[in-house]
Design a protein around this ligand. Structure first.
Ligand SMILES: [Zn+2]
Ligand SMILES: [Zn+2]
Length: 387
Protein backbone atom coordinates (compact mmCIF):
# COMPACT_ATOMS: atom_id res chain seq x y z
CA UNK A 1 0.00 0.00 0.00
CA UNK A 2 1.14 3.55 -0.70
CA UNK A 3 2.40 5.18 2.52
CA UNK A 4 0.27 8.02 3.82
CA UNK A 5 1.83 11.21 2.52
CA UNK A 6 0.46 13.26 5.41
CA UNK A 7 1.16 10.79 8.23
CA UNK A 8 2.47 13.59 10.40
CA UNK A 9 -0.75 15.62 10.29
CA UNK A 10 -1.77 16.72 13.81
CA UNK A 11 -4.17 14.48 15.71
CA UNK A 12 -7.74 15.76 15.94
CA UNK A 13 -8.43 15.06 19.60
CA UNK A 14 -12.16 15.84 19.53
CA UNK A 15 -12.75 13.31 16.76
CA UNK A 16 -10.39 10.77 18.34
CA UNK A 17 -12.03 10.93 21.75
CA UNK A 18 -15.54 10.78 20.23
CA UNK A 19 -14.81 7.93 17.83
CA UNK A 20 -12.64 5.79 20.10
CA UNK A 21 -14.02 6.87 23.48
CA UNK A 22 -17.67 6.03 22.76
CA UNK A 23 -17.07 2.32 21.93
CA UNK A 24 -14.84 1.93 25.01
CA UNK A 25 -17.47 3.58 27.23
CA UNK A 26 -20.17 1.36 25.67
CA UNK A 27 -18.15 -1.82 26.21
CA UNK A 28 -17.84 -1.06 29.91
CA UNK A 29 -21.15 0.63 30.77
CA UNK A 30 -23.68 -1.41 28.78
CA UNK A 31 -22.81 -4.89 30.15
CA UNK A 32 -22.52 -3.45 33.69
CA UNK A 33 -25.94 -1.80 33.46
CA UNK A 34 -27.46 -4.95 31.93
CA UNK A 35 -26.01 -7.00 34.81
CA UNK A 36 -27.23 -4.76 37.62
CA UNK A 37 -30.48 -3.33 36.23
CA UNK A 38 -31.44 -4.93 32.94
CA UNK A 39 -32.70 -2.78 30.07
CA UNK A 40 -36.39 -2.04 29.66
CA UNK A 41 -38.14 -2.85 26.37
CA UNK A 42 -38.65 0.91 25.93
CA UNK A 43 -34.88 1.47 26.04
CA UNK A 44 -34.44 -1.08 23.23
CA UNK A 45 -37.23 0.57 21.22
CA UNK A 46 -35.54 3.95 21.73
CA UNK A 47 -32.35 2.48 20.21
CA UNK A 48 -34.10 1.63 16.93
CA UNK A 49 -36.24 4.75 16.82
CA UNK A 50 -33.33 7.10 17.48
CA UNK A 51 -31.06 5.17 15.10
CA UNK A 52 -33.64 5.81 12.37
CA UNK A 53 -33.94 9.49 13.33
CA UNK A 54 -30.21 10.21 13.29
CA UNK A 55 -29.33 8.04 10.28
CA UNK A 56 -32.18 9.29 8.08
CA UNK A 57 -31.35 12.88 9.00
CA UNK A 58 -27.85 12.27 7.68
CA UNK A 59 -28.95 10.46 4.49
CA UNK A 60 -31.98 12.61 3.60
CA UNK A 61 -30.61 15.83 5.11
CA UNK A 62 -26.81 16.14 5.22
CA UNK A 63 -26.35 13.99 2.12
CA UNK A 64 -29.17 14.26 -0.40
CA UNK A 65 -30.54 17.68 0.58
CA UNK A 66 -27.49 19.73 1.53
CA UNK A 67 -24.51 18.00 -0.14
CA UNK A 68 -26.30 17.26 -3.43
CA UNK A 69 -29.32 19.58 -3.57
CA UNK A 70 -31.32 16.62 -4.87
CA UNK A 71 -34.58 18.25 -3.73
CA UNK A 72 -35.86 21.32 -1.89
CA UNK A 73 -37.13 21.07 1.66
CA UNK A 74 -39.61 23.30 3.47
CA UNK A 75 -38.29 25.07 6.56
CA UNK A 76 -39.88 22.73 9.16
CA UNK A 77 -38.32 19.70 7.43
CA UNK A 78 -34.96 21.46 7.22
CA UNK A 79 -35.06 22.17 10.94
CA UNK A 80 -35.98 18.57 11.80
CA UNK A 81 -33.20 17.21 9.55
CA UNK A 82 -30.71 19.69 10.99
CA UNK A 83 -31.57 18.71 14.58
CA UNK A 84 -31.63 14.98 13.75
CA UNK A 85 -28.28 15.35 11.96
CA UNK A 86 -26.84 17.23 14.96
CA UNK A 87 -27.96 14.27 17.10
CA UNK A 88 -25.86 11.99 14.82
CA UNK A 89 -22.68 13.90 15.85
CA UNK A 90 -20.93 13.90 12.46
CA UNK A 91 -19.75 17.52 12.54
CA UNK A 92 -21.73 20.43 11.06
CA UNK A 93 -23.71 20.27 7.81
CA UNK A 94 -21.35 22.84 6.28
CA UNK A 95 -18.22 20.79 7.02
CA UNK A 96 -19.83 17.45 6.12
CA UNK A 97 -21.50 18.51 2.86
CA UNK A 98 -18.50 20.50 1.61
CA UNK A 99 -16.17 17.54 2.27
CA UNK A 100 -18.63 15.21 0.58
CA UNK A 101 -18.73 17.37 -2.55
CA UNK A 102 -14.93 17.14 -2.65
CA UNK A 103 -15.23 13.35 -2.34
CA UNK A 104 -17.49 13.24 -5.42
CA UNK A 105 -15.34 15.61 -7.40
CA UNK A 106 -12.06 13.85 -6.68
CA UNK A 107 -13.27 10.33 -5.94
CA UNK A 108 -10.38 7.82 -5.54
CA UNK A 109 -7.76 10.55 -5.90
CA UNK A 110 -5.18 9.70 -3.27
CA UNK A 111 -4.33 13.34 -2.58
CA UNK A 112 -7.66 15.13 -2.95
CA UNK A 113 -10.45 12.68 -2.05
CA UNK A 114 -10.88 13.32 1.71
CA UNK A 115 -11.72 9.65 2.36
CA UNK A 116 -10.03 7.96 -0.57
CA UNK A 117 -10.44 4.17 -0.51
CA UNK A 118 -7.04 4.01 -2.23
CA UNK A 119 -5.56 4.60 1.22
CA UNK A 120 -7.23 1.46 2.53
CA UNK A 121 -10.33 0.41 4.44
CA UNK A 122 -9.48 2.00 7.80
CA UNK A 123 -8.50 5.34 6.35
CA UNK A 124 -11.73 5.59 4.33
CA UNK A 125 -13.80 4.30 7.27
CA UNK A 126 -12.56 6.55 10.07
CA UNK A 127 -8.80 7.14 9.83
CA UNK A 128 -9.33 10.30 7.82
CA UNK A 129 -11.03 11.94 10.82
CA UNK A 130 -8.41 11.02 13.41
CA UNK A 131 -5.87 13.52 12.08
CA UNK A 132 -6.33 16.88 10.41
CA UNK A 133 -5.28 15.71 6.95
CA UNK A 134 -5.02 18.53 4.38
CA UNK A 135 -7.42 16.71 1.99
CA UNK A 136 -10.11 16.63 4.67
CA UNK A 137 -9.66 20.27 5.67
CA UNK A 138 -12.59 22.15 4.18
CA UNK A 139 -12.36 25.68 2.83
CA UNK A 140 -16.03 25.83 1.73
CA UNK A 141 -15.19 27.21 -1.72
CA UNK A 142 -17.47 24.52 -3.15
CA UNK A 143 -20.37 25.47 -0.87
CA UNK A 144 -21.49 29.07 -1.55
CA UNK A 145 -25.13 27.92 -1.40
CA UNK A 146 -24.59 26.48 2.08
CA UNK A 147 -22.87 29.65 3.28
CA UNK A 148 -26.13 31.41 2.39
CA UNK A 149 -28.38 28.86 4.06
CA UNK A 150 -29.58 30.24 7.42
CA UNK A 151 -30.32 26.81 8.94
CA UNK A 152 -26.86 25.52 7.92
CA UNK A 153 -25.05 28.58 9.25
CA UNK A 154 -27.01 28.62 12.51
CA UNK A 155 -26.07 25.00 13.14
CA UNK A 156 -22.43 25.64 12.24
CA UNK A 157 -22.22 28.60 14.62
CA UNK A 158 -23.81 26.88 17.61
CA UNK A 159 -22.76 23.32 16.80
CA UNK A 160 -21.40 22.21 20.21
CA UNK A 161 -24.21 23.72 22.34
CA UNK A 162 -26.71 22.23 19.88
CA UNK A 163 -25.17 18.76 20.17
CA UNK A 164 -25.48 18.96 23.96
CA UNK A 165 -28.99 20.42 23.80
CA UNK A 166 -30.45 17.80 21.43
CA UNK A 167 -29.01 15.01 23.54
CA UNK A 168 -30.35 16.44 26.79
CA UNK A 169 -33.79 17.17 25.32
CA UNK A 170 -34.28 13.98 23.26
CA UNK A 171 -32.77 11.48 25.70
CA UNK A 172 -34.14 13.31 28.75
CA UNK A 173 -37.70 13.47 27.39
CA UNK A 174 -37.81 9.84 26.26
CA UNK A 175 -35.99 8.58 29.37
CA UNK A 176 -38.39 10.47 31.63
CA UNK A 177 -41.46 9.37 29.65
CA UNK A 178 -40.59 5.66 29.80
CA UNK A 179 -39.10 5.90 33.29
CA UNK A 180 -35.73 4.40 32.33
CA UNK A 181 -33.42 7.39 31.87
CA UNK A 182 -30.12 5.50 32.08
CA UNK A 183 -31.36 2.68 29.89
CA UNK A 184 -32.34 5.20 27.19
CA UNK A 185 -29.05 7.11 27.62
CA UNK A 186 -27.02 3.93 27.16
CA UNK A 187 -28.99 2.31 24.33
CA UNK A 188 -30.78 5.21 22.59
CA UNK A 189 -27.84 7.54 23.28
CA UNK A 190 -24.50 5.75 23.37
CA UNK A 191 -25.06 2.51 21.42
CA UNK A 192 -27.22 4.30 18.85
CA UNK A 193 -24.48 6.89 18.30
CA UNK A 194 -21.82 4.24 17.65
CA UNK A 195 -24.09 2.31 15.27
CA UNK A 196 -25.16 5.40 13.34
CA UNK A 197 -21.52 6.51 13.04
CA UNK A 198 -20.34 3.23 11.56
CA UNK A 199 -23.36 2.88 9.30
CA UNK A 200 -22.42 6.21 7.70
CA UNK A 201 -18.72 5.28 7.60
CA UNK A 202 -19.55 2.05 5.73
CA UNK A 203 -20.66 4.21 2.80
CA UNK A 204 -17.15 5.60 2.49
CA UNK A 205 -15.40 2.29 3.09
CA UNK A 206 -17.37 -0.87 2.19
CA UNK A 207 -19.51 0.82 -0.50
CA UNK A 208 -16.26 1.54 -2.33
CA UNK A 209 -15.06 -2.07 -1.98
CA UNK A 210 -17.79 -4.69 -2.33
CA UNK A 211 -20.60 -4.97 -4.85
CA UNK A 212 -21.42 -4.56 -8.50
CA UNK A 213 -20.75 -1.72 -10.92
CA UNK A 214 -23.77 -1.66 -13.24
CA UNK A 215 -23.50 2.02 -14.27
CA UNK A 216 -19.83 2.95 -14.38
CA UNK A 217 -16.43 1.43 -13.69
CA UNK A 218 -14.64 4.75 -13.72
CA UNK A 219 -14.54 4.84 -9.93
CA UNK A 220 -14.55 2.36 -7.03
CA UNK A 221 -18.17 2.98 -5.93
CA UNK A 222 -20.33 -0.17 -5.76
CA UNK A 223 -24.01 -1.10 -5.67
CA UNK A 224 -24.64 -3.50 -2.81
CA UNK A 225 -28.08 -4.61 -1.62
CA UNK A 226 -26.87 -5.74 1.83
CA UNK A 227 -25.14 -2.43 2.43
CA UNK A 228 -28.29 -0.64 1.25
CA UNK A 229 -30.14 -2.39 4.08
CA UNK A 230 -27.54 -1.29 6.63
CA UNK A 231 -27.25 2.27 5.30
CA UNK A 232 -30.88 3.30 4.80
CA UNK A 233 -30.63 3.01 1.02
CA UNK A 234 -27.20 4.54 0.43
CA UNK A 235 -25.71 1.18 -0.60
CA UNK A 236 -26.54 1.82 -4.26
CA UNK A 237 -23.38 3.84 -4.36
CA UNK A 238 -22.34 3.07 -7.96
CA UNK A 239 -25.53 4.69 -9.24
CA UNK A 240 -25.05 7.54 -6.79
CA UNK A 241 -21.54 8.34 -7.99
CA UNK A 242 -22.56 8.61 -11.63
CA UNK A 243 -25.84 10.47 -11.01
CA UNK A 244 -25.26 12.26 -7.71
CA UNK A 245 -28.10 14.79 -8.13
CA UNK A 246 -30.84 12.15 -8.24
CA UNK A 247 -32.84 12.10 -4.99
CA UNK A 248 -32.90 8.31 -5.31
CA UNK A 249 -29.86 6.09 -4.73
CA UNK A 250 -31.79 2.90 -5.33
CA UNK A 251 -33.22 4.16 -8.60
CA UNK A 252 -35.32 1.13 -9.51
CA UNK A 253 -38.73 1.15 -7.88
CA UNK A 254 -38.08 -2.17 -6.16
CA UNK A 255 -34.67 -1.23 -4.72
CA UNK A 256 -34.53 -0.86 -0.93
CA UNK A 257 -34.04 2.85 -0.31
CA UNK A 258 -35.96 4.13 2.75
CA UNK A 259 -34.35 7.56 2.30
CA UNK A 260 -35.96 7.98 -1.14
CA UNK A 261 -39.29 6.78 0.28
CA UNK A 262 -39.02 9.34 3.06
CA UNK A 263 -38.22 12.21 0.64
CA UNK A 264 -41.01 11.13 -1.71
CA UNK A 265 -43.49 10.93 1.20
CA UNK A 266 -42.43 14.40 2.38
CA UNK A 267 -43.13 15.71 -1.14
CA UNK A 268 -46.66 14.33 -0.92
CA UNK A 269 -47.41 16.34 2.22
CA UNK A 270 -45.83 19.56 1.02
CA UNK A 271 -42.59 19.31 3.00
CA UNK A 272 -40.38 18.69 -0.06
CA UNK A 273 -40.51 19.70 -3.70
CA UNK A 274 -38.56 19.67 -6.97
CA UNK A 275 -37.28 16.13 -6.47
CA UNK A 276 -34.55 15.66 -9.07
CA UNK A 277 -34.65 12.56 -11.25
CA UNK A 278 -32.14 11.68 -13.95
CA UNK A 279 -34.04 11.00 -17.23
CA UNK A 280 -34.52 7.27 -17.56
CA UNK A 281 -32.94 7.09 -21.02
CA UNK A 282 -29.69 8.48 -19.54
CA UNK A 283 -29.78 5.78 -16.88
CA UNK A 284 -30.47 3.07 -19.48
CA UNK A 285 -27.65 4.40 -21.66
CA UNK A 286 -25.12 4.16 -18.80
CA UNK A 287 -26.35 0.70 -17.84
CA UNK A 288 -26.21 -0.56 -21.41
CA UNK A 289 -22.75 0.87 -22.09
CA UNK A 290 -21.52 -1.11 -19.07
CA UNK A 291 -23.29 -4.26 -20.26
CA UNK A 292 -21.46 -4.02 -23.58
CA UNK A 293 -18.21 -3.51 -21.72
CA UNK A 294 -18.84 -6.66 -19.65
CA UNK A 295 -19.85 -8.58 -22.80
CA UNK A 296 -16.53 -7.57 -24.35
CA UNK A 297 -14.72 -8.80 -21.26
CA UNK A 298 -16.62 -12.10 -21.51
CA UNK A 299 -15.60 -12.38 -25.15
CA UNK A 300 -11.98 -11.75 -24.22
CA UNK A 301 -12.16 -14.59 -21.68
CA UNK A 302 -14.21 -17.12 -23.69
CA UNK A 303 -13.49 -15.93 -27.21
CA UNK A 304 -10.19 -17.80 -27.68
CA UNK A 305 -12.03 -20.96 -28.52
CA UNK A 306 -12.70 -20.05 -32.15
CA UNK A 307 -15.48 -22.19 -33.47
CA UNK A 308 -18.44 -21.40 -35.69
CA UNK A 309 -20.85 -20.60 -32.85
CA UNK A 310 -18.39 -18.31 -31.16
CA UNK A 311 -17.66 -16.46 -34.38
CA UNK A 312 -21.39 -15.93 -34.93
CA UNK A 313 -21.81 -14.72 -31.41
CA UNK A 314 -19.00 -12.20 -31.75
CA UNK A 315 -20.59 -10.91 -34.91
CA UNK A 316 -24.03 -10.59 -33.32
CA UNK A 317 -22.65 -8.67 -30.36
CA UNK A 318 -20.70 -6.37 -32.70
CA UNK A 319 -23.87 -5.72 -34.74
CA UNK A 320 -25.85 -5.01 -31.63
CA UNK A 321 -23.15 -2.60 -30.49
CA UNK A 322 -23.36 -0.79 -33.80
CA UNK A 323 -27.12 -0.46 -33.47
CA UNK A 324 -26.62 0.85 -29.94
CA UNK A 325 -24.16 3.47 -31.25
CA UNK A 326 -26.77 4.60 -33.79
CA UNK A 327 -29.34 5.00 -31.05
CA UNK A 328 -26.84 7.03 -29.03
CA UNK A 329 -26.22 9.31 -32.00
CA UNK A 330 -29.96 9.84 -32.43
CA UNK A 331 -30.24 10.54 -28.73
CA UNK A 332 -27.46 13.15 -28.90
CA UNK A 333 -29.18 14.83 -31.87
CA UNK A 334 -32.47 14.88 -30.00
CA UNK A 335 -30.83 16.45 -26.97
CA UNK A 336 -29.25 19.10 -29.17
CA UNK A 337 -32.66 19.84 -30.69
CA UNK A 338 -34.21 20.09 -27.25
CA UNK A 339 -31.54 22.56 -26.19
CA UNK A 340 -32.05 24.74 -29.26
CA UNK A 341 -35.78 24.88 -28.74
CA UNK A 342 -35.47 25.59 -25.07
CA UNK A 343 -33.23 28.52 -25.90
CA UNK A 344 -35.50 29.72 -28.70
CA UNK A 345 -38.72 30.54 -26.92
CA UNK A 346 -41.28 29.55 -24.38
CA UNK A 347 -44.31 29.76 -26.63
CA UNK A 348 -47.33 27.62 -27.31
CA UNK A 349 -45.51 26.31 -30.35
CA UNK A 350 -42.65 25.19 -28.18
CA UNK A 351 -45.01 23.40 -25.84
CA UNK A 352 -46.40 21.43 -28.77
CA UNK A 353 -42.89 20.63 -29.83
CA UNK A 354 -42.05 19.77 -26.26
CA UNK A 355 -44.73 17.12 -26.41
CA UNK A 356 -43.23 15.72 -29.62
CA UNK A 357 -39.77 15.71 -28.04
CA UNK A 358 -41.12 13.77 -25.11
CA UNK A 359 -42.49 11.13 -27.48
CA UNK A 360 -39.17 10.97 -29.35
CA UNK A 361 -37.29 10.50 -26.10
CA UNK A 362 -39.69 7.72 -25.17
CA UNK A 363 -38.93 6.10 -28.49
CA UNK A 364 -35.20 6.31 -27.79
CA UNK A 365 -35.82 4.70 -24.44
CA UNK A 366 -37.71 1.84 -26.09
CA UNK A 367 -34.82 1.35 -28.50
CA UNK A 368 -32.36 1.22 -25.59
CA UNK A 369 -34.58 -1.32 -23.85
CA UNK A 370 -34.64 -3.38 -27.03
CA UNK A 371 -30.81 -3.35 -27.32
CA UNK A 372 -30.62 -4.33 -23.71
CA UNK A 373 -32.96 -7.31 -24.11
CA UNK A 374 -31.08 -8.46 -27.23
CA UNK A 375 -27.70 -8.12 -25.52
CA UNK A 376 -28.88 -10.06 -22.50
CA UNK A 377 -29.95 -12.96 -24.73
CA UNK A 378 -26.61 -12.85 -26.57
CA UNK A 379 -24.53 -12.83 -23.40
CA UNK A 380 -26.53 -15.76 -22.03
CA UNK A 381 -25.92 -17.79 -25.19
CA UNK A 382 -22.27 -16.78 -25.18
CA UNK A 383 -21.89 -18.22 -21.69
CA UNK A 384 -23.73 -21.36 -22.71
CA UNK A 385 -21.47 -21.93 -25.71
CA UNK A 386 -18.33 -21.41 -23.69
CA UNK A 387 -19.25 -23.92 -20.97
ZN1 LIG B 1 -18.51 7.58 -2.38
ZN1 LIG C 1 -22.99 11.66 -2.30
Amino acid sequence: MTPLPQAKAPINWTATITLLGTPIAALIAIPLYAYYHDFSVSAWVSLFFLLALSSLSITAGYHRLWAHRAYEAALPLKIILMLGGTFAVQNSILYWASGHRTHHRHVDDIEQDPYSIKKGFWYAHLGWMIRDYPAATANYKNAPDLLNDKVVMFQDKYYVPLVIAVHVVILGTIGWAVDDLWGVVLLGGLLRLILSHHVTFFINSLCHMFGKRPYTDENTARDNFWLAIATWGEGYHNYHHIFQYDYRNGVKWWQYDPTKWLIWSCSKVGLAKNLRRIPSFNIKKAELAMKFKYAEQDLAVYGHDINEDMRNMKQHIAQEYEAFTHTLNDMAKLKELELQHKKAAVTEKFQKFDHKLKLDFQLIEQRLQHHRDRLEVLVKSLRKIST
